[in-house]
Write a protein that binds this ligand. Structure first.
Ligand SMILES: Cc1ncc(COP(=O)(O)O)c(C=O)c1O
Length: 392
């Protein structure tokens, strides 16, 4: 195809994705300017990808913040659930009403104030879609999860950033309130990924009560912190809280999450969502998981104690961990090039961690999921070896 005129014909890997992106962009410009033949839909080919390395399952996967503390017995009990095979024949219930009722009961909210989604990311995509009907601008509190920006760009929305305070990673509330007026959505992840830190209820309530924007609080890691602001959705129309079964509940492969929000936000979601967005089997397994929450509670307790030990070890190695209330720890390696080096060397040794060198205010950071103690010990001893060997 003509694309090869500007694309360098190499194997496509994560690190050369941008070549692909720019190649397509230049090709679109070439087509519309030189050939005078604009093809509007090809604009999508200039978008970036959500970057994920495909590392398989035979390495220590410490890059996705999956819950590594739930025992096999939990999963066996889940799969032992009574499934009606015939029900796969049919479409699921309109608006997942029985499932939403069960979630509402678990959360102690009204059934009109919860909306099940196919993972937190789907919740995020639907909420960001609200901005298509407003100023077409969203404000992202950075450094944070990359997905809101990727989604906004995929919808051709403006994604502006408001930075946390350097060093402390605290909110700059005055700036958020000032910028809020011109943005449909403010995205705030709490506890924040990748810093692992928690913003206070007072700060969030202040923000929600001083802006008209819809404040989207991403609580993907809330269970680990045993903290939530879902109760604020009773008092404010302009807050939406996203939760997921992918993290503390250890069910990332089922793709289930939910949004808790005011009646108006939930009504908006009903208008934007695809019908039958969650597979029957996923819903049945999640309902069973709600009955097995003791496993999840114990998993969190175990993780918290390993997190404490790992944080201390990282500190002892001079790697400056940011205190975390989640199931991951982000630590400073000293410089972007050292972070790249350590990331690569850990990978060579079978430990996949997240390299944050592309993230504002975290340029010299790596992020590691807290694993069970035996893996944590191996990880720390390898890291110690790398640090000493490289004189970091
Ligand atoms: C902050 C944050 N929100 C949402 C998600 C996506 O979760 P889900 O698997 O529910 O789509 C992640 C996953 O890493 C995350 O870190």
């Amino acid at each position: 195809m003509a694309e090869n005129k500007v694309m360098i014909p190499i194997n496509l890997t994560i690190s050369n994705m941008y070549v692909f992106t720019w190649g397509n962009y230049l090709y679109n410009v070439y087509i519309s300017v030189v050939e005078g033949n604009p093809v509007s839909w090809r604009g999508v080919l200039s978008l970036g990808f959500y970057e994920e390395p495909n590392v398989g399952y035979k390495v220590y996967r410490l890059h996705f913040n999956e819950n590594l503390f739930l025992p096999r017995q939990y999963y066996e009990k889940l799969l032992g659930v009574d499934l009606d095979p015939e029900l796969i024949r049919y479409y699921t219930e309109p608006l997942n009403s029985t499932f939403n009722d069960a979630l509402a009961k678990y959360l102690n909210v009204d059934a009109n104030n919860v909306f099940a989604v196919a993972g937190g990311d789907e919740g995020l995509r639907l909420l960001i879609q609200f901005a298509l009907h407003g100023f077409r601008r969203i404000l992202i509190v950075e450094p944070t999860y990359s997905m809101p920006r990727v989604l906004a760009e995929s919808m051709n929305l403006a994604a502006d950033q408001a930075l946390l305070r350097e060093g402390t990673y605290e909110l700059n509330l005055e700036e958020l309130v000032r910028l809020g007026g011109s943005h449909d959505i403010i995205y705030l992840c709490n506890p924040n990924n990748p810093t692992g830190s928690l913003f206070s209820r007072g700060d969030i309530e202040y923000l929600v009560s001083h802006v008209n924007s819809l404040v989207v609080i991403d609580e993907a890691y809330a269970e680990f912190a045993r903290f939530s602001v879902i109760d604020l959705t009773r008092d404010y129309e302009n807050i939406a809280v996203i939760r997921t079964f992918s993290k503390a509940w250890g069910l990332a492969g089922l793709r289930v999450g939910y949004v808790a929000a005011s009646d108006s936000v939930i009504n908006g979601l009903k208008r934007l969502s695809l019908p039958h967005n969650i597979p029957y089997i996923s819903m049945v397994l999640v309902l069973r998981a709600l009955e097995l929450r003791d496993y999840v509670e114990r998993g969190i307790d175990d993780m918290v104690s390993v997190r404490g030990i790992m944080t201390k070890s990282l500190s002892d190695l001079g790697l400056n961990p940011i205190p975390s209330v989640t199931n991951f720890i982000t630590f400073h390696v000293g410089s972007q090039s050292k972070a790249n080096d350590v990331h690569e060397e850990l990978f060579r040794r079978g430990f996949v961690v997240r390299n944050l060198s592309g993230k504002v205010l975290c340029e010299d950071c790596l992020r590691v999921t807290v694993p069970p103690m035996n893996v944590a010990e191996m990880f720390i001893s390898n890291l110690e070896n790398i640090v000493k060997h490289r004189g970091l």
